[in-house]
Design a protein around this ligand. Structure first.
Ligand code: PEP
Ligand code: MN
Length: 360
């Protein structure tokens, strides 16, 4: 698949003066719920109204969506509010029903993108459609799998394509529901700069309080739009309650976000600068996170040394680390002087931690 400007046509044709906004509830629950949220979103920046009709749930026995009847409700949304509509499809039956019912935008969920068989089935069912089709990243951080899904759709003649970054699952507990792994999204963008890329801060954060910050980072990284789960009564939503925001909150978020436009060279310079700064911020956060983890491990060593009653400072081990890190640093263009200074500081912090433990 080659990158080409044609990929952006559907988005550029919309002529928006703000990022694309897809909003609406995680799940369609009742006709009243679907219509009420749609009416509350009608005169906002929202371009597409989302609602999950078929819900992929991690464990059985939870609310699995209202099914095909919800498609009638989305039709009513379009008639009553003029909002275009969007839903998730996960197999051929879903695609056929969504197309029959004239849903405007179809997205493929993270649990489907992981399966080449499902992706191929969906691509075959969509063959030649002019609907917009967006592919969420797979649940695991595998760029090739994500691109592969998009390629299958492209090969099936689907022109109006895009991608949604919704983060990746990890075994490790983090402040995110699905860690963003921004560098992967950046790599994706570098490969296909003309493929519209939408951020889904709702599924990345899992918490409504963090949605603004993740959205801002996404815009600083030149994402083309946002998908934000919205419900008039988030706490009582039938799925993903903790991460949904009210329509009023969504309007507030859109108002507060710094939105960058590339109109003249000054703006372009600023956009590039914020993009690079956002990348630096991500890396700095990772550095701090890694240092925190390193000191935790060091604390464990402190405990062991205390039990064995051995000295905190072990010079042989320290010289070994330094030598190895200076060589590693060289291969990454870091000077010996810098690596030495950095590791002396790390070592000192580590000793401070261990001394505290050994001396009670
Ligand atoms: C959703 O958008 O409601 C959804 C199920 O998302 P994901 O596929 O990202 O988990
Ligand atoms: Mn959801």
């Amino acid at each position: 698949m080659e990158n080409s400007k044609e990929m952006r046509t559907w988005l550029d044709d919309m002529g928006l003066d703000h990022p694309l906004v897809i909003a609406g509830p995680c799940s369609a629950e009742t006709e009243e719920q679907v219509l009420r949220i749609a009416h509350e979103l009608k005169d906002t920046d929202v371009n597409y109204y989302r609602a999950g009709i078929w819900k992929p749930r991690t464990r059985p026995g939870m609310f699995e969506g209202v099914g095909a009847i919800g498609l009638n409700w989305l039709k009513k949304v379009k008639e009553e509010t003029g909002l275009k509509t969007a839903t998730e499809v996960a197999n051929k039956a879903h695609v056929d029903l969504a197309l029959e019912n004239d849903v405007d935008l179809l997205w493929i969920g993270a649990r489907s993108t992981v399966s080449p068989f499902i992706m191929q089935e969906i691509a075959d069912a969509l063959k030649g459609t002019d609907k917009i089709v967006l592919v969420k990243n797979p649940v695991n951080p595998d760029l090739a799998l994500w691109l592969g899904g998009i390629e299958r759709l492209h090969t099936a003649g689907i022109k109006n394509l895009g991608a949604i970054h919704r983060g990746f699952s990890t075994y490790e507990k983090t402040k995110y529901r699905n860690i963003p792994e921004w560098q992967l999204a950046i790599e994706f963008q570098n490969k296909f700069p003309d493929l519209p890329l939408i951020n889904d801060p709702s599924h990345i954060t899992g918490k409504r309080d963090m949605i603004f910050d993740v959205s801002q980072t996404a815009l600083d990284l030149n994402f083309d739009g946002l998908m934000i789960e919205t419900h008039f009564d988030p706490d009582n939503a039938w799925s993903d309650a903790a991460q949904q925001v009210t329509p009023a909150k969504l309007v507030q978020i859109m108002r507060d976000l710094r939105i960058r436009k590339e109109t003249d060279s000054e703006a372009e310079y600023n956009a590039k600068l914020s993009n690079l700064r956002a990348q630096i911020d991500i890396l700095d956060n990772q550095l701090i996170d890694t240092m925190g983890k390193r000191m935790k491990v060091s604390d464990g060593i402190g405990e062991l040394k205390k039990q064995k009653n051995v000295a905190v400072l072990q010079s042989n081990r320290w010289n070994q680390i330094l030598g190895a890190m200076i060589l590693e640093g060289e291969t990454r263009g870091l000077s010996e002087e810098f690596v030495l200074k950095m590791f002396k500081a790390i070592h000192q912090e580590s000793i401070n931690h261990q001394e505290k433990i050994v001396n009670g």
